[in-house]
Ligand binder design. Sequence first.
Ligand SMILES: NC(=O)c1ccc[n+]([C@@H]2O[C@H](COP(=O)([O-])OP(=O)(O)OC[C@H]3O[C@@H](n4cnc5c(N)ncnc54)[C@H](OP(=O)(O)O)[C@@H]3O)[C@@H](O)[C@H]2O)c1
Length: 392
Amino acid sequence: MNRLAVVGSTGSIGRSALAVAEAHPDRLRIVALAAGENAERLAGQVAQFAPAAVAMASDEGLQSLERELSARGVTHRPSASAGPDALVAIATRGDVDTVLFASSGTASLEAVLAAIAAGKRIALANKEILVMAGALVMDAAQRRGVSVLPVDSEHNAIHQCLEGRNLADVRRLILTASGGPFRELSAARLQDVGPEDALRHPTWNMGPKITVDSATLMNKGLEVIEARWLFGIAADRISVVVHPQSIVHSLVEFVDGSMVAQLGVTDMRLPIQYALSYPERWEAAVPPLDLTRAGSLTFEPADTTRFPCLDLAFRALAGAEGLPIVLNAANEVAVAGFLDGTVAFTAIPAVIASTMDWYEASGPEPIATIADVRRVDREARGVAAGQGRAIR
Ligand SMILES: NC(=O)c1ccc[n+]([C@@H]2O[C@H](COP(=O)([O-])OP(=O)(O)OC[C@H]3O[C@@H](n4cnc5c(N)ncnc54)[C@H](OP(=O)(O)O)[C@@H]3O)[C@@H](O)[C@H]2O)c1
């Protein structure tokens, strides 16, 4: 029995993870759940899984949860706490074997490190964590002998392709990108797209922030940084190819030119289950891919003129240690501005680039601790907000 804590249980990945747990009651047990503010959905999950503990972002959230549980006549009451310390407490419980981090943004950074220090196995969907603090997180995991298993479908695919191989035999990792909803839109028309257009992803159904990131190609940029840390491979050995059908989830090219790819349907329950079952494989409650109905599989280069965010991510990896933190912070600020209608779609990369320019000109210092990460993140958010107002 693998005893699970799910951080971000009310989100897109969190709900898929609970569906996997529901399909494997003899193998997975939900011990703890953490959410941001969605008390209604969390109450439904408490009623279904009866976890021992829950955490929410605020005390107001917990009060709403109590009201929701009473209104539904749910008698089970998990121990409940709120705020960043509550995430750490959930992630380090003695009765938890694996912590699945499915929260969005950066709130779980301290909890990830605490879970590693406590020797928990980590299943990681929350890519912003590795973008901000990849070196610190992977170094801590290596020293503690803890596995960090990728949930992101591309990294999960690469993990499967690398299984039993020697990293020295790898020429490059190839991440596939769907190209997002604007793959065929001209530069001129990109100026007018709004949030409702960007939130219509052609192949994946995901939370709003990552869906906008897919439309700008920043999602692929964040994944390049994630891959650099997860697999300990230099950025010049990571490349991206656009594959609109999202059936080949990623590939590894070996030194002899052979490529190994992982294929599957576009359903996040598959990579989540692999991360939870590894090194075993279990039957999945997902219909398998039918190659005879998949149609043509096509591949094309990414257009970084119309979608400059991908190049910005490579620039971040090549620059000062703190530059990926700045990229991530400025992106979150710009995407939030786009979603609330104050920043144009085409201004998102401009806000990020000018925030990175500011950081490089400021005389960056080494990033040695989480406090350094949080300081750079905070400063970059302030600068990006100003850039957002100036650029729009
Ligand atoms: N969706 C995908 O297919 C996919 C694929 C690969 C990787 N990812 C990555 O996985 C992460 C989650 O993505 P998503 O699409 O599932 O996002 P989402 O639907 O927006 O869900 C985010 C989750 O994080 C929770 N959360 C936010 N702030 C929190 C806090 N302070 N404390 C605890 N929980 C908090 C939210 O809670 P409330 O809703 O209750 O506020 C929600 O449960 C992201 O990093 C994303 O890049 C997603």
